[in-house]
Ligand binder design. Structure first.
Ligand code: HEC
Ligand code: HEC
Length: 490
């Protein structure tokens, strides 16, 4: 009888344990799925469009987009999990929609705090459709959309902003606060000829400050203008290992063309570590979080966890008295907002290459390598394995940049900036450059938009790029056109 009463217990115990284990597994899977799996940044959909594509079109591996519309620079990576899609959309909203000035000293909404001094009220006002905006810059006319930076010798061999001013001239201000001044451009045409006799002309800019709001600027002030770069693929550049950049710099040592790129070492504002700067035109920002917070602060006057206090200089009393949209503890841009903005930049996809089978494009690509453009505008790189977003790791990418500083000669000189000299600029990534007209309705290039076409951009190259430029100029007309057509296809 005992046997009969014990038997069912022996039968049910393993079943109950099995059910419990299965339930625990299901729970574990659900937790992994909702809390962790999405951090890979691959959604539930498949990657078949990218897997089926011609590999030559994949500019940025799994971060390539085949979007055919008018916003090729502003697309999220394909097949993101909804959690990242949401953060990307939040960041997109912060990027595109204007911020407002604070009305009272009490923080009253999440989109105020613009200024008191600023250059634009939205990231997208300068990075139009995640590229760059072109305003009609006519000689003698006040500039808008590209800003001026200023330096004067500090007497100790270094450089400083002019007394009473920020290094970046804020040309806008909230009501009651005088702007720091307005940028004016003067163009000078410089006609010249290729060795084969074809004529061209470059326009040389000079910049000056109209109506300086906080006292006369000293003689000898260096004024430089900077235009907003295109933003696709920023996350992949962030995911490049420092060793990769150091190896490139090493490979350029003793280069027969005199190319000698160097990394811009700087201090990470958050960790205090020495790191290589990758972002901004002189590679002065270590990562996208610092770049986004710096842009919000310097270009829009938004405080954030990285820049908790408004920057009104001594003598800028109206600025100091203007209502602020936040406090040091609750800045204009909250931690969550800064994170969303950073994720947005990290997950911006890169447009696929086009015209793969066009013979001129093929020829142009070979010439690009032959004349030596690819020494700095490096064709192929591989991202490292340490970026927090797994999707950005181990990708083979074609940014056409080495992210190093190069001396580009006196004609392109701006002002010294951190460790970068006046003549040094970071090689800008060229991926997507052929879609500038479609996306941004213009074809102006270089740090201050002085080049009116891709050809003019090449013709401004000097310094370390002189040999490559000379070889480009010595090509025949059809070959030059093929090289330009190649640029338009990437
Ligand atoms: C007033 C125009 C303007 C506004 C507004 C602006 N930017 Fe920029 N952005 C620029 C310019 C100019 C640069 C190059 C800066 C430099 O070289 O120091 C730049 C650089 C960048 C870069 C680095 C790109 C690269 O190739 O390294 C990123 C990322 C960026 N901005 C994001 C933002 C975000 C996010 C915002 C909004 C919070 C913003 N920007 C607002 C003009 C602007
Ligand atoms: C020594 C390194 C180097 C070489 C070689 C070089 N470039 Fe550049 N390139 C740069 C740098 C640095 C800039 C940014 C200069 C500036 O903005 O003032 C640039 C800018 C450009 C731009 C404009 C990009 C933009 O977004 O505004 C184009 C186009 C370009 N290069 C194409 C070429 C071509 C084509 C060649 C070969 C004929 C070439 N480059 C050779 C370093 C180089």
């Amino acid at each position: 009888m005992n046997d009969a009463s014990e038997k069912p217990v022996r039968h049910w115990l393993p079943i109950a344990v099995g059910i419990l284990l299965a339930a625990l597994l299901a729970l574990g899977w659900a937790v992994w799925k909702t809390e962790y799996a999405w951090r890979d940044a691959y959604g539930d959909g498949d990657m078949s469009e990218l897997r089926a594509a011609d590999p030559r079109a994949l500019t940025a591996g799994d971060m390539t987009t085949f979007h055919k519309g008018f916003k090729p620079f502003g697309q999220s990576a394909e097949n993101l999990p909804w959690q990242y899609e949401k953060l990307f959309d939040d960041g997109d909203g912060l990027f595109e929609r204007p911020f407002q000035p604070a009305i009272t000293k009490i923080r009253y909404n999440t989109r105020d705090g613009l200024g008191p001094l600023y250059n634009a009220n939205a990231c997208g006002a300068c990075h139009f459709r995640d590229g760059s905006v072109e305003e009609p810059y006519t000689s003698g006319q006040i500039m808008n959309g590209i800003f001026l930076r200023m330096s004067v010798a500090d007497g100790n061999g270094g450089w400083a902003p002019p007394a009473g001013y920020h290094s970046q001239l804020r040309d806008k201000a909230v009501a009651g606060v005088p702007p720091e001044g307005f940028g004016v451009i003067d163009w000078q045409e410089m006609p010249d000829r290729f060795p084969d006799g074809e004529a061209y002309s470059l326009r040389k800019p000079s910049f000056r400050v109209h109506n300086p709001g906080y006292g006369q600027l000293p003689a000898g002030v260096i004024v430089e203008a900077r235009s907003a770069p295109r933003l696709p693929g920023m996350g992949l550049l962030e995911a490049l290992d420092e060793d990769t950049l150091l190896a490139i710099a090493k490979s350029q040592e003793n280069h027969p063309d005199g190319v000698s790129g160097r990394p811009n070492w700087l201090t990470d504002p958050e960790t205090g570590k020495r790191v290589i700067g990758k972002f901004s035109l002189k590679a002065n920002a270590p990562h996208l979080r610092a770049q986004a917070a710096g842009a919000a602060f310097n270009d829009m006057g938004l405080t954030s966890p990285l820049h908790p206090r408004e920057l009104c200089l001594a003598g800028q009393t109206a600025c100091a008295e203007a209502p602020a949209g936040g406090t040091a503890a609750a800045p204009d841009l909250s931690e969550e907002q800064l994170q969303a903005l950073t994720i947005y930049l990290q997950l911006l996809a890169v447009p696929a290459r086009r015209q793969l089978d066009d013979t001129d494009v093929g020829l142009g690509g070979r010439l690009f390598a032959e004349v030596g453009c690819g020494v700095c505008h490096l064709d192929t790189l591989r991202t490292g394995n340490s970026h927090p977003i797994k999707r950005l790791r181990g990708q083979t990418i074609h940014p056409y940049s080495d992210l190093l500083l190069h001396d580009m000669g006196p004609d392109l000189a701006g002002r010294p900036d951190g460790e970068a000299s006046a003549q040094e600029w970071r090689t800008p990534p060229l991926w997507g450059i052929g879609l500038t007209r479609k996306s941004n309705h213009h074809t102006v290039f270089l740090h201050d938009q002085r080049a009116r076409s891709l050809q003019e951009a090449i013709l401004w190259h000097g310094g370390e790029a002189s040999a490559a430029k000379a070889r480009f100029m010595a090509l025949n007309k059809a070959s030059r056109a093929a090289l330009i057509k190649f640029l338009e296809s990437i």
